[in-house]
Design a protein around this ligand. Structure first.
Ligand code: SF4
Length: 137
């Protein structure tokens, strides 16, 4: 069995909303690959392990510092809010399909203004649009 993708808690919703924007070309290319797997024909069965450290999306990020982040305090706050909203704990392993059910059950449209406060991508509206789309389908 292939090793699960690793996500820190706030990256579940980031993956849902990703539309090709990122911190650097390498970051964006890597995240596009991870997200393409989730959105592929068998993407719902992709296993994702929850981690409290740098993950599969952080790997090539210019802000990564070892297993931590140059913006560690801000990222920890984001992770804490998303973990609480989605009931995530480090060490859990979920499929992408299960994650989407949790998002639908616990993150109503309009939630991201508070849940993602401080994120530089919030004002683009792409993540909120993806969240609304998930609830419509
Ligand atoms: S607004 Fe930021 S933290 Fe929230 S889902 Fe989008 S990219 Fe992730």
């Amino acid at each position: 069995m292939t090793r699960p993708v690793q996500f820190r808690p706030h990256h579940f919703l980031c993956a849902l909303g990703f539309q090709g924007k990122g911190y650097s070309d390498r970051f964006t290319q890597n995240m596009a690959g991870v997200v393409a797997q989730l959105r592929g024909p068998d993407g719902g069965n992709t296993r994702i392990a929850v981690t409290a450290q740098a993950d599969s999306i952080c790997a090539p990020c210019p802000h990564r510092r070892g297993q931590s982040c140059a913006k560690a305090a801000q990222i920890a706050a984001l992770d804490a809010r998303h973990a609480q909203a989605l009931g995530l704990q480090p060490g859990q392993c979920l499929t992408w399909a299960e994650v989407q059910l949790r998002i639908r059950a616990h993150v109503p449209p309009g939630s991201l203004r508070d849940l993602c406060a401080g994120c530089q991508w919030l004002d683009f509206g792409l993540c909120e649009a993806a969240l609304s789309e998930l609830h419509r389908n």
